[in-house]
Design a binder for this molecule. Structure first.
Ligand SMILES: Cc1cc2nc3c(=O)[nH]c(=O)nc-3n(C[C@H](O)[C@H](O)[C@H](O)COP(=O)(O)OP(=O)(O)OC[C@H]3O[C@@H](n4cnc5c(N)ncnc54)[C@H](O)[C@@H]3O)c2cc1C
Length: 464
C-alpha cells in the first residue's frame, strides 16, 4: 500500500473515532444532535462493496442468484450444456438444507447429514464458482448484480430466489407484529434457519393447543403442511403428549391427495388433528397468542403461522414482478411460460417457486415444489446452452412428483404426480394423478427420490 494512503486511512479512522466518542453512552456525556450524527463519516469498509467480485475473462458469464433446488440444479447442468461458460452461484447460506424431508427430520425420521450439503466442496469439484454472499440489488439495464461482497457483471442471469412471506397482508406496516410472528411462531417455509425453531418448539412442547394455518394459493408445496401436521401428531402420539393440533386451511378442502390425508387424520390421529376448511385469516395477535379467521377464533399455546407467499425479495429488487391489468403487483415473476425468461428481458431467466402464472387454465401455476424447481433448472440450462451455441432451443416442459409421509410407525407415505403438455391452442395443460393409499413403499421411495436429486445436485453417491 502507498505510505500516504496508509497515513490517510489511519488519520480518517482516528478522526472518525473522535467524532463518535461524544455519542458513547458514558454517564454524563452530552447526546449528539441527529444533524451532527448524519455528518459522521462512515468507515471506509462499512460502505457498500463496490469492487468487482471477479475479473472478466473471455468466456460468457452466467450468474445464478439463489442456491436452492433450482439454483444448484441449473449450475450443475450448465457445466454440461454450456461447458465454455463461466458459471457463478451467489447464495447467502454457507450450506444447503433441504426442505423436502424436513418434516420427517422434525420428528427424527430423517438424519441432518442427509439433508445438508456443502456448496464450496461441490462447486470446486464440479467447476462452477460459489460465493456466499447476499445479493442486494440487480441492475438489469447494466447487466450488473450487487452483492455484499462486490459487483458482478453478467451475460446471462438466472434468478432462483424462492419465496418471501407477505406479512404486509396481515399486518400492513406494523413491523413489530410481523417480526414477533416470525420469531415466535415461524413457519419454516422461506428460511432454513426457521426449521430449527420449529424443531426446538416441538421437542419442548408439553401439551395444549397447537395451531397451523395454511395460506391462500399459490403457496410453496401445497401438500407439505398436512404432512407436517401428520408428523407432529405422530410425535404427540408417540411421546404421550396431551395436545390437539388444529389446521386452519384457507382452501375449501385438502388438495392434492385429499382423500389420503383425510384417511390419515381419521384413522391415525382422530383425537389429535382437527381440520377446519375455509378459514381465512382475519387477524393475528402473536403477543396474546390468538388468531381470528372466517371459520372462528382460536387461542393457542404454540402455532406455525404462515403468511401468504410471494416471489422472493430478490425478484422484487430485480424488477421482475408482473402486474395485473389494473396495475397491481401479481407477487410473482413475469415470465414467458415456454421460454422461462422475463417477458421483457430475454437475458434474465427465472426458475423455481418465484415464477408466475404459466397457463390460463384453472390450475394457472406449476406446483411450487423442489421437483419442479429441479426440472426448470435443467430446462434453463438447456435453453442457455443452445442459445450460446447459436441454436434455437426446442420446447421443454417440467413434471412434478411429491411424496408425503403420513405415519411414522409403521413409516408410510402417499404421493402425487403431475404431467404437463401443450394443447392445440398452445396452452400448457396439467394432468394430476393422486396415490391416496398410504404405504411403506412410498415412504422408502421418498428417500430414493431425494437421493437421486442430491446425486444430481451435489454429486453424492447414486442410491441403489
Ligand atoms: C416443509 C417443506 C416441505 C417440502 N417438501 C417438498 C417435497 O417433499 N417435495 C418437493 O418437491 N418440494 C417440497 N417442498 C418445496 C421445496 O422446498 C421448494 O419448492 C423448493 O425449495 C423451491 O426451490 P427454489 O430454488 O425456487 O427455492 P429455494 O430452494 O428456497 O432456494 C432459494 C435460495 O435463494 C437464496 N436467496 C434468496 N434471496 C437471496 C439473496 N438476496 N441473496 C443470496 N441468496 C438468496 C435462499 O437462501 C435460498 O437458498 C417443501 C417445502 C417445505 C417448506
Amino acid at each position: 500500500m502507498h505510505p500516504n494512503r496508509r497515513l490517510f486511512l489511519a488519520g480518517s479512522a482516528a478522526a472518525a473515532a473522535t467524532a463518535v466518542l461524544p455519542g458513547c453512552a458514558t454517564p454524563g456525556a452530552a447526546a449528539v444532535p441527529a444533524a451532527d450524527r448524519a455528518a459522521v463519516p462512515q468507515p471506509f469498509f462499512v460502505q457498500q462493496a463496490r469492487q468487482k467480485l471477479l475479473p472478466r475473462g473471455k468466456a460468457p458469464r452466467i450468474v445464478i442468484c439463489g442456491g436452492g433446488w433450482g439454483g444448484v440444479t441449473v449450475a450443475q447442468n450448465l457445466r454440461k450444456t454450456a461447458p465454455q461458460a463461466e458459471v457463478v452461484l451467489l447464495e447467502r447460506n454457507p450450506v444447503f438444507f433441504s426442505s423436502p424431508l424436513s418434516n420427517l427430520w422434525l420428528v427424527d425420521l430423517a438424519p441432518t447429514q442427509f439433508l445438508t450439503h456443502d456448496y464450496l466442496t461441490v462447486s470446486e469439484r464440479h467447476g462452477w464458482r460459489f460465493f456466499q454472499a447476499e445479493v442486494t440489488q440487480v441492475d438489469r439495464a447494466r447487466r450488473l448484480v450487487h452483492t455484499s461482497l462486490g459487483q458482478l457483471d453478467y451475460d446471462w442471469l438466472i434468478l432462483a430466489p424462492g419465496i418471501r412471506y407477505h406479512y404486509e397482508a396481515w399486518f400492513g406496516n406494523d413491523r413489530a407484529a410481523a417480526d414477533a410472528t416470525r420469531q415466535r411462531f415461524p413457519s419454516a417455509y422461506a428460511s432454513n434457519a426457521e426449521h430449527w425453531g420449529i424443531k426446538r418448539a416441538l421437542h419442548e412442547f408439553k401439551g395444549g393447543e397447537w395451531v397451523m394455518n395454511l395460506p391462500p394459493p399459490p403457496q410453496r408445496c401445497p401438500p407439505s403442511p398436512y404432512e407436517r401436521a401428520c408428523m407432529i401428531a405422530w410425535h404427540f402420539k408417540k411421546h404421550g403428549i396431551k395436545a390437539r393440533l388444529t389446521i386452519l386451511d384457507h382452501k375449501p378442502d385438502i388438495t392434492p391427495i385429499g382423500p389420503g390425508y383425510h384417511a390419515a387424520f381419521r384413522e391415525l390421529y382422530k383425537d389429535i388433528i382437527t381440520y377446519v376448511p375455509n378459514a381465512h385469516v382475519q387477524e393475528v395477535d402473536p403477543f396474546n397468542k390468538r388468531i381470528r379467521t372466517s371459520a372462528g377464533d382460536m387461542r393457542f399455546d404454540h402455532a406455525v403461522l404462515m403468511a401468504p407467499h410471494q416471489a422472493g425479495d430478490l425478484a422484487w429488487q430485480a424488477d421482475a414482478i408482473g402486474l395485473t391489468p389494473q396495475g397491481q403487483a401479481t407477487g410473482w415473476a413475469d415470465i414467458d411460460p415456454l421460454k422461462l425468461h422475463l417477458r421483457h428481458d430475454d437475458r434474465c431467466y427465472v426458475i423455481g417457486d418465484a415464477i408466475g402464472r404459466v397457463s390460463n387454465l384453472p390450475f394457472g401455476f406449476y406446483p411450487k415444489s423442489a421437483h419442479v424447481a429441479n426440472r426448470l433448472g435443467r430446462i434453463v440450462a438447456y435453453f442457455i446452452g443452445e442459445r450460446i451455441a447459436g441454436r434455437t432451443p426446442g420446447t421443454r416442459l417440467p413434471d412434478n412428483l411429491c411424496y408425503m409421509a403420513v405415519n411414522g410407525d409403521p413409516a408410510e407415505a402417499i404421493n402425487v404426480q403431475f404431467d404437463y403438455k401443450l394443447n392445440d391452442q398452445g396452452q400448457i395443460v396439467q394432468q394430476q394423478i393422486d396415490f391416496n393409499e398410504r404405504s411403506a413403499r412410498l415412504f422408502k421411495d421418498d428417500f430414493l427420490w431425494a437421493g437421486h436429486m442430491f446425486h444430481e445436485m451435489f454429486g453424492t453417491p447414486k442410491p441403489a
